[in-house]
Write a protein that binds this ligand. Sequence first.
Ligand SMILES: Cc1cc2nc3c(=O)[nH]c(=O)nc-3n(C[C@H](O)[C@H](O)[C@H](O)COP(=O)(O)OP(=O)(O)OC[C@H]3O[C@@H](n4cnc5c(N)ncnc54)[C@H](O)[C@@H]3O)c2cc1C
Length: 474
Amino acid sequence: MWFRQDLRVKDNPALNAACDEGKIIPIYIYDDNATDGRALGGASNWWLHHSLNSLNDRLNGHLKVFKGDPKALIPALMEAYEAKGIYWNRCYEPWQINRDKAIKKQLLDNDYEAHSSNGSLLWEPMKVLKKDGTPYRVFTPYYRKGCLNVEPPRYPQAPPARITYADVDDSKITKANHSCNIDDLNLLPSLGWDSDFKNHWKPGEDGAADNLQYFIQHAARKYKDARDIPSMNGTSHLSPHLHFGEVSPNQVWYAIKDRFETSEDKSIDTYLSELGWREFSYYLLYHFPTIPTKNFNDKFDKFNWRSDAKSLKAWQTGQTGIPIVDAGMRELWQTGYMHNRVRMIVGSFLVKNLLISWQEGERWFWDCLVDADLASNTAGWQWVAGTGADAAPYFRIFNPLLQGEKFDKQGKYVRKYCPELADLPDKYIHKPWDAPPVIAKDAGVHLGDTYPKPIVDLKASRQRALDAFQALKE
Ligand SMILES: Cc1cc2nc3c(=O)[nH]c(=O)nc-3n(C[C@H](O)[C@H](O)[C@H](O)COP(=O)(O)OP(=O)(O)OC[C@H]3O[C@@H](n4cnc5c(N)ncnc54)[C@H](O)[C@@H]3O)c2cc1C
């Protein structure tokens, strides 16, 4: 059983199929073949380290870990272990699809069995198409007319009644097979910037189940309104668990549906449609595999993004002088996560106010997010930039000041991540530059000293972006 982005025992179709066949050897391969795919970011590596340990515990220490190129490793392991066949759940990143196809062919040509299942998506992308056979490009028809009108998602499966492990002769697995233990993968960052992560997250199947239960009991019914307030615990915090497959979307979908079956509550529909956005991101990546690097809308290929290392650094480190932006970027650095509303605000600020390309933001998120996900991250960034499918129109430029005042009225979120502004009255928390000198002084705020002056004039930069995007349209 080859575990990949399905690091769980419950509702794991490939694991169930493998266990139905007989004894299993559970393996995980840290794919360091970076020429094909994209190396995992620092925060993802942190998560993976803990998630593999958690899975290994669930498998009573039977998980075998390797590092290397699966194209070379899998056939070698099949031979060394004298395995009859291999089972995995499908992955959907373009390079993973090509890799898995090549491995499958090689195994079948050599008389091994190779079985793949769907363990990560509610609706696989090839199964939802428009009447004319082409893929959808807009979310609402994709989800409402497409997904919700094809077969309902698979109901979660019970875990295998019993997992029997094959006795394997590990002496046949040499160092040349890149066999190692989880610690040897060296996934934990050496810098120590992850020190706070463990206070926010519990990677693994139990952590996923806890978050789902908490959400159902305390937040689901209020989701529609609370999901936009970054200071509230109003969302499910399941994204990294879903990314690493510690819970399946099917488990989440039906846990919500079964619990709130008779509810007419808009919150429930809204939450399920957010799972739909995750599906849509995978759908886009599958049908338009260049979206991680190229503008979905190629009109933007001509756009002249600014190169401005100083502003980029200020953005990355939460030192732009715009409180809600800085709070978001600091939340990201400290916790490996950022609230969805704030992701949109900081994204819009980078791409529109600073005119720095969305790819720069995407790369930073990729390295810092514990839920970094090629499909959702590129779709999110292209949406914010206005270059994507069903994207925000170019003239929608989030005003970070108004966004802050609307979604963080009392400045709780800003106060938490920008403590140097904490003593400002609510009225000035999102615009410290407007605070009269005596009030600023009382609050201990000295712009340019205790907190940066804004690196850009919001009004002028908004107009600059409008002009630049308008020119592209003409
Ligand atoms: C610029 C930008 C970058 C993003 N990068 C990522 C990323 O790398 N990985 C990631 O998982 N999400 C990404 N998102 C989407 C979204 O911000 C997160 O999924 C969400 O904040 C996770 O928190 P949650 O689990 O509490 O979500 P909830 O609100 O509880 O939603 C439940 C689940 O639905 C899915 N979901 C919700 N919103 C979206 C969305 N807009 N797009 C796709 N799936 C969604 C997630 O799997 C999430 O766990 C990005 C959004 C933006 C604007």
